[in-house]
Design a protein around this ligand. Structure first.
Ligand SMILES: [Mg+2]
Length: 286
């Protein structure tokens, strides 16, 4: 839910937590957030919005959001879309369209366009690529470790095509990115898959949501947490950027994102500690 600032608020800033799911608030293998429960509960108690931002679909994210008892906006498919509750029952952003019980802002390209472009890119580079649209549910289950029900929801894509490269073994990521760019598209790397999508990213989607809260609260402090390159645009947009302990090394990240915090522990354990620190901290803005 989106709260307007009440008349009795004493100028205390509103904290916002933007978070990736897999490998960040969710354990990368078990998909559990048990170790993050303490900080997540505290966010709910303190009415700190927790805005989930993932490459997952709306269908998957609605289930996770409900299981986490969150009612805040969320960012789907690498920033291809934003879903928001209404504000006082009304349109939260001028470009938002009603969609079920929520409002939807489209930032990405249509899925059919991405599926077609991925085929062209594979042919152009001589690579054997498989997007979700090429895979059956059992293949998605074995690649993701999701159960069959969640894998079916993961396949309901609108703005982002996850894909694997079967050959060559060490694909040239630059070549993939260039082939996508020629088509006005982007290739990014998530924890398990490459992703083909439009010019959208999690950072642009986050910026729209921060701007929305800024209209209602004169001081907003944002934290963003992620573990993969597709999270970096979101981390760049945050007042408090956090890379949750990743098994990968990202050279140059500290200079690209000044002030970035690295957690010692991976996944939800690292998330929990970083968010507790954020909730307890006083900021220069206060
Ligand atoms: Mg991740």
């Amino acid at each position: 839910m989106i709260d307007r600032a009440g008349p009795n608020l004493t100028g205390k800033p509103l904290r916002l937590v933007f978070t990736d799911l897999d490998g960040t608030i969710l354990d990368s293998e078990s998909y559990s957030w048990e170790e993050a429960a303490q900080a997540l509960d505290l966010c709910r108690q303190q009415r700190v919005p927790v805005i989930l931002a993932s490459s997952k679909t709306r269908a998957e994210m609605e289930i996770i959001r409900a299981r986490m008892s969150l009612a805040d906006p969320f960012i789907v498919e690498n920033g291809g879309g934003i879903f928001l509750p209404g504000i006082s029952g009304g349109r939260p952003l001028p470009e938002a369209e009603p969609d079920g019980s929520l409002w939807k802002v489209v930032l990405g390209r249509p899925y059919s366009h991405l599926v077609h472009a991925l085929k062209e890119i594979g042919e152009e580079l001589g690579y054997t690529l498989a997007g979700f649209s090429d895979l059956d549910i059992n293949q998605i289950v074995s690649l993701t470790g999701l159960d069959k029900g969640m894998a079916q929801l993961a396949a309901k894509r609108e703005f982002d095509e996850p894909f694997v490269v079967y050959s060559p073994e060490n694909p040239d990521i630059r070549a993939l990115q260039n082939a996508a760019k020629k088509r006005g598209l982007t290739v990014t790397r998530g924890g398990r898959f490459f992703h083909l999508h439009g010019a959208n990213d999690k950072g642009r989607a986050m910026a729209q949501i921060v701007a929305l809260y800024r209209q209602m609260h004169h001081k907003v402090i944002s934290m963003a947490l992620g573990d993969s390159p597709n999270d970096f645009p979101m981390l760049e947009c945050a007042d408090v950027p956090v890379l949750v302990g990743s098994e990968h090394d990202f050279p140059g990240l500290s200079s690209r994102i000044p002030g970035i915090v690295f957690t010692n522990r991976p996944g939800p354990g690292g998330w929990n500690k970083a968010v507790l620190n954020f909730l307890e901290s006083r900021s220069e803005k206060e």
